[in-house]
Design a protein around this ligand. Structure first.
Ligand code: MG
Length: 203
């Protein structure tokens, strides 16, 4: 399986990182070794001094697709959950300045904590899904799928022009404003509505 992550999909987050609004979705990959499941702790890696959290709505792909048409895109995912796109911001800034890939900064082991999924059928409207991240009990990021520049369907259509989607692939759909650093001992909790789907202790 692969993890496909959308960057720059919320205007307020683009502003906080001083980027420009993209005309097409920006995406990158994390390998399967980035997955961190069952609420296991995240061990702060030695190669970075600035790990950031980014809460994102995650889609689970449920059938194989290539060049998916917009009207069918909604049929290609059947579960929605919460993921944290853990980012070594210092390595990422360094790579960006040199025009190099972000792979190390985004794809390292444990960089994709992934929580419980909910069936898509349990959402009355996938274009209005509220979610938030608490850091040590205080809400630091608030988002809603209504705030995304590119919708779930637009993301699926775009990615599938370049890459075949497989059953079990996960799409991280971008983060809203409020990203920030973690330190050892911090506790991250991710919610859809008031339902906690992911928690992660930084060790
Ligand atoms: Mg992200």
């Amino acid at each position: 399986m692969k993890i496909i992550c959308i960057g720059r999909n919320y205007v307020d987050h683009i502003r906080e990182l001083n980027h420009s609004i993209p005309s097409d979705p920006v995406f990158f990959l994390k390998p399967d070794t980035a997955l961190l499941i069952r609420n296991r702790p995240f061990y702060y890696p030695a190669f970075t001094g600035n790990i950031h959290y980014e809460i994102e709505l995650a889609l689970k792909i449920c059938k194989v697709g290539k060049n998916i048409q917009s009207k069918f895109a909604g049929n290609y995912y059947n579960e929605i959950g919460i993921g944290f796109d853990m980012t070594a911001r210092d390595l990422q800034e360094n790579a960006k300045q040199k025009g190099l890939p972000w792979t190390m900064a985004k794809g390292f082991d444990q960089s994709a904590p992934l929580g419980k999924f909910l069936p898509k059928s349990s959402f009355p409207d996938v274009t209005n899904i509220p979610f938030h991240l608490d850091l040590n009990g205080k809400t630091v990021q608030i988002g809603n799928s209504s705030m995304m520049i590119f919708s779930f369907s637009e993301i699926i259509v775009y990615i599938s022009r370049f890459m075949t989607l497989h059953t079990g692939d996960i799409i991280f759909t971008g983060t809203p404003a409020g990203v920030g650093s973690v330190k050892q001992g911090d506790k991250l909790e991710g919610f859809i509505g008031d339902q906690k789907l992911l928690n992660c202790l930084i060790k």
